[in-house]
Design a protein around this ligand. Structure first.
Ligand SMILES: C[S@@+](CC[C@H](N)C(=O)[O-])C[C@H]1O[C@@H](n2cnc3c(N)ncnc32)[C@H](O)[C@@H]1O
Length: 269
């Protein structure tokens, strides 16, 4: 029997999801929430979504499962092509003198974004072995982080990946999948971090490039402002904030100057 999510139950989840993850669900998302949570109601043999809500509230460690169920994790390798074209000149120009760069993929989903960063750096820096590079990759959802750490991708996820890069950075794993080589995996530290409720004091050093792409769209204006302020405080003096092309921080923080489409730098540099 299909259990229906009532308007009242939807409101309870909506408030909880906003309070815990900062994600603002519009009223139109009721069908989506119902379909995403239905399997969970069934698995726990509950009679209603209200019972699931009570279960999650009584067992806060299960909030991670709510995050897994509710988040949208669409991503791809080399997403936002114009940003890579920009970085190809920006990185050697600004960091070759120190050969040190700190990068954060702040909503890394299933790993395509941080692995693209690692691959890209290998391609543009012929002397990469002499560089001091650290890539931190975080996400709210534990499920996507598990997949990201594994680094296994189906052929269909790799459509458009140049053959040269596929041969260089992946190993054929099964008939239908490839796995990222350790050389790239070892460059990345995967961790869970909630961009809305997380403690930004854990970041001890400035970060040169922050990729915070295609996640702000799920937050309301107030949450976006707080997030941008937190990110601003972390960016190194000549560093960049990279966002998704359908997002904007215009008028939200004039301390950040757009220097290319969806790329911002601290004012004065
Ligand atoms: C659409 S994906 C974007 C992935 C990648 N940045 C890209 O542009 O391809 C959005 C990711 O944001 C994560 N997310 C949503 N709310 C979050 C939060 N409050 N803190 C951290 N990550 C969050 C989701 O789990 C999801 O993996």
């Amino acid at each position: 029997m299909n259990i229906k999510l009532s308007q009242r139950e939807f409101s309870l989840f909506k408030e909880l999801i906003y309070a815990e993850f900062g994600i603002s669900l519009s009223e139109k998302k009721i069908a989506l929430v119902q379909s995403r949570l239905h399997k969970w109601v069934k698995a726990l043999e509950l009679n209603s979504f209200k019972e699931l809500y009570e279960h999650v509230v009584a067992n806060p460690h299960e909030l991670v499962l709510l995050a897994d169920a509710i988040t949208t994790n669409v991503t791809s390798f080399f997403r936002e092509e114009n940003q890579w074209i920009f970085l190809e000149k920006f990185i050697p120009k600004n960091y070759s003198h120190t050969k040190k760069i700190r990068i954060w993929s702040a909503a890394c989903s299933t790993g395509q974004e941080p692995y693209t960063i690692a691959m890209f750096l290998h391609e543009i820096l012929p002397d990469i072995k002499s560089w001091d590079i650290k890539i931190l990759a975080t996400d709210l959802s534990h499920e996507v982080l598990r997949k990201a750490k594994k680094g296994e991708y189906k052929k269909k996820d790799l459509e458009g990946m140049p053959k040269k890069l596929l041969n260089k950075y992946f190993i054929k794993h099964s008939l239908d999948s490839y796995i990222i080589k350790n050389e790239l995996k070892n460059m990345i530290l995967f961790r869970s971090f909630n961009l809305v409720a997380g403690d930004y004091k854990i970041f001890k050093n400035p970060i040169d490039l922050i990729f915070c792409r295609n996640v702000m769209i799920y937050f309301n204006k107030h949450t976006q402002l707080e997030l941008i302020n937190n990110l601003f405080n972390l960016i190194s003096s000549s560093g960049l904030l990279l966002i998704g092309h359908s997002e904007s921080i215009a008028h939200k923080d004039n301390r950040l100057v757009p220097i290319a489409p969806s790329i911002y730098q601290k004012r004065g540099f």
